[in-house]
Ligand binder design. Sequence first.
Ligand SMILES: Nc1ncnc2c1ncn2[C@@H]1O[C@H](COP(=O)(O)OP(=O)(O)OP(=O)(O)O)[C@@H](O)[C@H]1O
Length: 329
Amino acid sequence: MNGAAPGDRQRATGDHAIRIDGLTKRYGADVLAVDDLSLSVERGEIFGFLGPNGAGKSTTIDVLMDYVRPTAGEATVLGFDAQRETRAVHERVGILPDGYGLWDRLTGRTHLEYAIDLKGANDAIDALLDRVGLDRAAADRPVGGYSKGMTQRLALAIALVGDPDLLILDEPSSGLDPNGVRLVREIVLERAERDKTVFFSSHILPQVEAVCDRVAILNRGRLVAVDSVDGLRDALGTGATVTMTVDSVPANLTIDQVPGVQSVTVDGRTIRATVDRPEAKVAVLDRVREDGAGAIVDLSVEQSSLEDLFSAYTGSAPPTGATEREERR
Ligand SMILES: Nc1ncnc2c1ncn2[C@@H]1O[C@H](COP(=O)(O)OP(=O)(O)OP(=O)(O)O)[C@@H](O)[C@H]1O
């Protein structure tokens, strides 16, 4: 990477990868896309930026990159002012934008050459292609003939040019097959291992849950929550669901009286209890036996998912794609 003045080096070692302060963005008189948003992302964090459709995620990212100007408030990226020091930001940030603009007639390789040139970087193009699983021969064909998945792999490769300190991914998994979704996760985790920062919005909540240190949830332009997934769970008091299949369901089932049990449902020989604290899980098992359930023939305990939390914080069903299953880290 080039172009850092001596003063820049000092600022670029600041604590925050992203700092957003009182950001508001209006489109015309009617649309309040982002409403007084303040948010900090630490260096080295993997940070998930979530919200229902139209919540203001892309608008926020557009302000960070100075693609749009805020109505009020300010933002710094890697210590540089997003509006006044745009060039320094662009040199250090890799972005996979929502609806990336590629030129149909140019090859994938040419796109990468331009991106390397623009950043003053010296990446080996074949290594970038290999990293995102894009066939080297395909890279010599115009991108107009690429599938959606190939296009997205190319856009990811462009985002990785120059080994950026901050990678911003806006919906990185839309249009990708399961291999592509896995690739995004690998790239995100590889960045984390090298203390790079990743800020990404995604509708695939299990993927976010699997990789993010913290998440922010935006709803109608306002920040409604920011914490680790565990922290969000604790704040809402939603803990876990204990599911037991028993020999016979007792006529007088009293587990709803166990401290920490929030709700109990029975379906055939399966009893399901939601609990709001860890010790209630074991207490529920003890009580079921005391009530006379006989043997417990099957048992599972599931933490409240990020999908459950998302719905609780926004009052909306998780966005399309959120139910795609992901392995946990
Ligand atoms: N250029 C624009 N002109 C007018 N309104 C806009 C413009 N861009 C975004 N908006 C509006 O601003 C609001 C926030 O949109 P934004 O794209 O930032 O949300 P998002 O959270 O990224 O949504 P999605 O998940 O659907 O991509 C929406 O109401 C949207 O219609």
